[in-house]
Design a protein around this ligand. Sequence first.
Ligand code: GAR
Length: 206
Amino acid sequence: MLLKPYKLAVLVSGNGSNLQAIINSIERKELDAHLSIVISNTKNAPAMVRAEKHGIETIFIDPANYSNRKSYDQALIDKLKVASIDLICLAGYMRILGEEFILNFSRKIINIHPSLLPAFPGLNAQKQAIEYGVKFSGCTVHFVDAGVDSGPIILQTAVPVYDNDCEESLSKRILRQEHYLYPKAIAMIIENKFNLNGRTVTSNKA
Ligand code: GAR
């Protein structure tokens, strides 16, 4: 009997280098998943071109066509339900998801954020890190809850912050690590190699 493929959706807004890392991991068979759809809230996002090059279905849901967050989120929910998605990966998705969306996909939404959470949530995390003067920053993959970048942490990688760093140089160093970290966290979830206790995620390699 054939097992049902694990279905992923990736939500994007911009360049899509994390999306590319996920696509590459699937194509290299490091991730046993089917990337069913890529959804964007921005028109002509380079991420969409990346997906199309790999024959992946893309959907642009234009916020201008919806009068409020609730109706926008409902359109998103409908697309994801029709596609029977198992895991929703936010990859540079720069739009806040409402509580109803989160409730619909409890523990099925993950995000990658360019800081060592809980430090520097929200926008411009790398700039926040430089301005604060931290000596290490990094990236975090976490479950998405109703707060801003506040859900249970799945995996993190630290990188050094050097004296001569600017936002751009730090962002590049962090992004390189994101491309390893995100597929690794997705694999942990697909293979069910984690335990979630309260807000603590531990790996369960047995
Ligand atoms: C990444 O650095 C990601 O961590 C960040 O946006 C960038 C997207 O790059 N996400 C956030 O800041 C979310 N709060 P990409 O489009 O090349 O994957």
